[in-house]
Write a protein that binds this ligand. Structure first.
Ligand SMILES: Cc1ncc(COP(=O)(O)O)c(C=O)c1O
Length: 375
């Protein structure tokens, strides 16, 4: 449903000349120096033929260096890193590699739409634990209650799309303790790791007992604003990474050779790059959140990601799907109903997600239209 609604909303955005705050991709490309590095790699013949299965050594070393620099983690670039076709392939390969048909996979809903699809592809059974407004905090009692003898793994996402929740160290420690107690694996999707505005990003793999049971996933798409390049990666123990690579080999084998060299340069950018990315997005978060509140939405200001979830009940509306279908005509703005990210659609019925990875003037225009259209 998620993918269908994205297609429907994007088509509507074009047809109605709406400002599209639906799908989460930046409207400005990442650093010119990194784009240049990709072009140079193509022209110099680096990566134009099949790169090595695990990824080019330059990128694997850069990923390991990034894990050391930001989280103090020792990662072996030769055995504990795998480059993938975006985080999306990493999620698919990890689920296919690490579950057997009938295994239960616990995931916090609302979830990124590939999770349900990939759990189904693996023949596994998804077991949702619901995040609820206003804080969208993980309910640890509900998590504990969801664990059964068939539970194989917990699929985590922090910072969390679509809610913008950033799981705290205490919450992650409690989740890690449960994983250790029940001998579960954790697949953790951390693609928004550099977009945390309040609090800190804690990779669960850094917590006690998690090193051998965690598959950590990230991606260049968000951090460097090149979502079309589809360069992602997996880090974890050699055993887990080998298992994921064995599946990845038959999904794509390899991808994006020249882009891999460019992303290696991106990961080595100075701290100032990461600080600016964060500062720019924080300002856009505040611009959009303040404006949406003024336009009458209840706003759940996100601690991370580039999405904000709102509640339209405050506008006298109840059905987010109907609201989002009417919004392009009413106001010339596209947003996504959060119900499509829930199994329990009722839980997300009145929630609507907006993306703020757009130029400030685009956000301003959207807000002007919303104020006018909803008045
Ligand atoms: C939580 C989450 N995981 C993964 C992805 C996909 O990442 P990639 O483009 O690297 O496949 C997205 C993109 O929106 C996302 O929001």
């Amino acid at each position: 449903m998620g993918t269908t609604i994205f297609a429907e909303m994007s088509a509507m955005a074009v047809a109605t000349k709406s400002v599209n705050l639906g799908q989460g991709f930046p409207d400005t490309d990442g650093p010119a120096s990194i784009a240049r590095a990709a072009a140079d790699a193509v022209l110099e013949g680096r990566g134009n033929q099949y790169p090595p299965g695990p990824g080019v050594p330059e990128l694997r070393r850069a990923i390991a260096a990034h894990q050391q620099r930001f989280y103090g983690l020792d990662v072996n670039p030769d055995t504990e890193v795998l480059v993938t076709a975006g985080a999306t392939e990493a999620i698919a390969a990890a689920l296919l590699a690490l579950t057997e048909p009938g295994d239960e996979v616990i995931a916090f809903e609302p979830y990124y739409d590939s999770y349900a699809a990939c759990i189904a592809l693996a023949g596994a059974v998804r077991v949702p634990v619901t995040l609820r407004p206003p804080g969208f905090r993980p309910d640890l009692d509900a998590l504990r209650a969801a664990i059964t003898p068939r539970t194989r793994l917990i699929l985590l996402n922090t910072p969390h799309n679509p809610t913008g929740a950033v799981f705290s160290r205490a919450e992650l420690t409690a989740i890690a303790d449960l994983a250790v107690e029940h001998d579960l694996l954790v697949i953790t999707d951390e693609v928004y790791e550099h977009m945390v505005f309040d609090g800190e990003h804690v990779p669960i793999v850094t917590l006690p007992g998690m090193a051998g049971r965690t598959v950590t996933i990230s991606s260049a798409g968000k951090t460097f604003a090149f979502t079309g390049w589809k360069i992602g990666w997996v880090t974890g123990s050699a055993e887990l990474v080998t298992a994921v690579r064995t599946v990845k080999q038959f999904l794509t084998f390899v991808s994006g050779g020249p882009f891999q060299y460019a992303v290696a340069e991106g990961l080595a950018l100075p701290d100032s790059y990461y600080a600016q990315l964060n500062g720019d997005l924080r300002a856009r978060r505040d611009l959009l959140c303040d404006g949406l509140a003024e336009a009458g939405f209840a706003v759940y200001r996100p601690a991370g990601t580039y999405f904000v979830t709102t509640d339209i009940s405050a506008l006298g509306e109840t059905d987010g799907i109907a609201f989002c279908r009417s919004l392009p005509e009413r106001a010339g703005v596209v947003a996504i109903p959060a119900a499509v990210f829930y199994d329990d659609a009722k839980a997300g019925e009145s929630l609507v997600r907006f993306a703020f990875c757009k130029k400030p003037e685009v956000l301003e225009e959207a807000l002007t239209r919303l104020r006018r259209g909803l008045a």
